[in-house]
Ligand binder design. Structure first.
Ligand code: ZN
Length: 254
């Protein structure tokens, strides 16, 4: 296996801001001396932006979706697996990885990545909870009844953008943001679900990475709330129960 292949999946995670620790350090070191991987990373970051822009568009190709769901649902074929590169104590990496792979898969439809999803699933025999969570995320991303909301702020490039994908009957939310401005110290962004009736509901506190990317995956939400819109405010890093004005980003259902 060449160094590039070894890093291929980590690049997808890095592009999504989901790679941490030793693996991130190793990859960043490799990136310093490898133009090919730097190009690949740029391409993946482009795909991430593309998804943020196009998640409200046509559904992913049906066949790609079915193949991915099948790969994730497949029972482990062998209890004995090759050496693990993942530290499962750093969960929810599996969910993040499956999410990242689902993400990239729809937009690059790479067999290599589909295979990696299957491998991750096999590696996770003792990680049923994480697997269930990954399934939930994929189900949310691919749900035909999902509410897909784009949140924007201002017109100055690079324009911050958020994409909320919300499935009301499962109380399931996946949120992706790009080009988010850096925050003052001890502050964080907080996502709010604005219901059709009643007060805004906290839907996750997050901080963007060095590239301004952020994700909120499956925050705890009350059951079955009908959403009118989603909004973001800047809050103390522990989060607030009611939004502090002003709203910095906002979007309503399409
Ligand atoms: Zn390389």
């Amino acid at each position: 296996m060449s160094a590039h292949e070894q890093f291929a999946d980590d690049l997808a995670l890095l592009a999504l801001g989901q790679l941490q620790g030793e693996e991130r350090i190793a990859l960043e070191k490799h990136l310093e001396e490898c133009a090919a991987c730097r190009r690949e990373l740029e391409q993946l970051r482009g795909d991430t932006a593309l998804l943020a822009l196009s998640a409200a568009g046509p559904a992913p190709p049906r066949r790609a979706r079915e193949r991915l769901l099948k790969a994730i649902a497949k029972e482990p074929r062998s209890p004995k697996m090759a050496a693990r590169r993942w530290s499962w104590t750093l969960i929810p990496w599996f969910a993040a990885a499956a999410f990242a792979l689902a993400f990239v898969f729809f937009f690059r439809q790479s067999d290599r990545l589909a295979q990696r999803v299957a491998e991750l699933q096999s590696e996770s025999t003792q990680q049923q909870a994480q697997l269930d969570r990954a399934r939930e995320v994929v189900a949310t991303l691919t749900a035909t009844d999902a509410m897909r909301v784009t949140l924007i702020a201002g017109q100055t490039p690079p324009q911050p953008q958020g994409k909320a994908i919300y499935v009301r009957n499962r109380s399931s939310l996946v949120f992706l943001a790009s080009n988010m401005p850096a925050l003052p110290s001890r502050k964080a962004y907080e996502l709010w679900l604005i219901p059709t009736n009643g007060a805004p509901i906290p839907a996750g506190v997050f901080k963007p990475d060095a590239h301004g990317s952020a994700t909120v995956i499956e925050p705890p939400l009350p059951a079955g709330v009908e959403a009118k819109a989603f909004a973001i405010t800047v809050e103390p890093e522990e989060g607030s129960t009611t939004p502090t004005m002003p709203i910095v980003m906002m979007g309503a259902g399409e």
